[in-house]
Design a protein around this ligand. Structure first.
Ligand SMILES: CC(C)(COP(=O)(O)OP(=O)(O)OC[C@H]1O[C@@H](n2cnc3c(N)ncnc32)[C@H](O)[C@@H]1OP(=O)(O)O)[C@@H](O)C(=O)NCCC(=O)NCCS
Length: 215
């Protein structure tokens, strides 16, 4: 499914359970010591997806350890992103020469928990959501909003190292399956293009979003 949200040539791999064997490198396994079994399996399956992406790009399997801020440290010359939620794990990656920014996010389909919408949107965005909901009441627009901002953050963070809150992003969604996310970084942030383009997909069980910028 995630493949359809990204341009041809971007490597992608996804899984809907943790059934397939997903061995970890010792350094990865050490990170998970003491963590719950659910997190271990989710992490391992997503790492297996990531290593399938690396293989597609001609890279040998390597440990993918979290760097500062939690972003996975991909091998030099590779940009990528990982996501997992109940019933879904995925990774995407590409050569930096082709892709300069990549972010994906998966969420369970359904409304956001009470109180969350006001924390992640501006009044103008809530008006935009109301318009979308009126026209297409069967789509979980709020959940797509949440996911798209997270995908944009995952594309932004590795090149800047700057954390941004949900209100530091302005999202515009199109019912045709695309979105634009404009970030509002603080003045001390390194110079970086704050405009991200992405695509979204909503099924009966999942919301998926992906942000991609060419290299
Ligand atoms: C980091 C964050 C986006 C992860 O999203 P999530 O829905 O909680 O979890 P997901 O399963 O989709 O993604 C987790 C994966 O994201 C990746 N990730 C974590 N931090 C990251 C970062 N700073 N940059 C890029 N990728 C990151 C990791 O690969 C992680 O999986 P792993 O720990 O198994 O390696 C979220 O926890 C967060 O901190 N959000 C606040 C910032 C934000 O989203 N702002 C929005 C406006 S810009």
């Amino acid at each position: 499914m995630i493949e359809g949200l990204l341009p041809p040539g971007v490597a992608s791999s996804e899984a809907f359970d943790d059934a397939a064997p997903a061995p970890l490198f010792p350094a990865e396994a050490a990170l998970l010591a003491g963590r719950r079994e659910r997190r271990r399996r989710q992490f391992a399956t997503a790492r297996a997806c990531a290593r399938r992406c690396l293989a597609d790009l001609g890279h040998a399997p390597v440990p993918l350890l979290p760097g500062p801020g939690g972003a996975p440290a991909w091998p030099p010359g590779v940009v990528g992103s990982i996501t997992h939620c109940d019933g879904y794990r995925a990774a995407v990656a590409d050569h930096r020469t082709h892709t300069s920014a990549l972010g994906i996010d998966a969420e369970p389909a359904g409304p956001l928990p009470p109180g969350v919408l006001g924390l992640i949107t501006s009044p103008a965005e809530r008006a935009h959501l109301a318009t979308l909901t009126e026209a297409h009441p069967d789509i979980f627009w709020e959940r797509i909003f949440f996911s798209a901002k997270e995908a944009a953050y995952k594309a932004w963070y590795p090149s800047t190292g700057i954390w941004l809150g949900f209100r530091q992003a302005t999202l515009t969604l199109s019912p045709t399956g695309t979105f634009t996310c404009v970030l509002h970084p603080p003045p001390h942030a390194p110079p970086a293009n704050p405009h991200y383009e992405g695509r979204w997909l909503s099924t009966s069980t999942l919301v998926l979003t992906a942000v991609h910028r060419e290299g």
